[in-house]
Design a protein around this ligand. Sequence first.
Ligand code: C5P
Length: 289
Amino acid sequence: MAEGEPVRRTAPAKLNLYLHVVGRRDDGYHLLDTLFAFCAVGDVIEVAPADALSLVVEGPFAAGLTAGDDNLVLRAARALSVRCNGRGARLRLIKNLPVAAGLGGGSADAAATLHALSALWQAPFDEAALSALAAPLGADVPACLRGRVAFAGGIGDVLVDAPSLPPCGVVLCNPGKALRTPDVFARRLGAFSTSQRFATAGRDAAALAAILRNRRNDLTPGAVSLDPGIAEVLIALERGAGCRLARMSGSGATCFALFDDAEAAEAAARVIAAAHPGWWCVATRICDR
Ligand code: C5P
């Protein structure tokens, strides 16, 4: 990297291929058994040398965010800067993903910021050291920092590698209403689920879907009660030609569907987008760093 050149990193959309709530801690956080995967679509963070930290937010979903002090990108940058003699940088976030949407957006942006600034400042931190900085920023940030398919326990922060996933086309679809994660967790009712990890993910999308079908996203009923549009999105995805599985990601409202390949996903996304112009709907694929 030449001196003064900006560093770009992508912040891939995170999916929870399943999400079981297995308990609740005394501080209110929920204990999870979840499978994190990442998509080829995401936000982009660009960092360039400067004396002080500053942030501008651009892109199709910039309006959903402020560049204020509570922005996770700035919080991540400050956490690393403190460990790097107070260094500064000019940060630019290109917000391609909907905000508060179950795709880990803010967490993925914070993780990508840590990666980009580590490169810009040539900070001597390994993954474990960055992960320790990431954890206080949010339960999903360590998973996004790794960017690899992983099972997570704890509150989503105790990560172990999961088996490689087969190639899959993916459609992401969001009905347009932002959901606050704490509100969705607060609506979870009933007995806790059990942990249901698996050893092999199958050789294609159909085999993976068969495994996932025996698992759930326990936050779906609560999210649907806050936004019934999620139920409509799930029906539209399930009706997509070649859909192997449709499910909500994280605390919603974005849902995903698995297809055999990118072509099938693109064809289904075109049909859904034409029928529902108000929804955000993109075709992508699972992507393992
Ligand atoms: O840590 P993060 O900021 O992502 O979490 C936002 C909120 O979501 C928490 O304050 C908590 O209410 C809820 N949450 C939870 N259990 C988790 C993760 C998040 O209850 N495992």
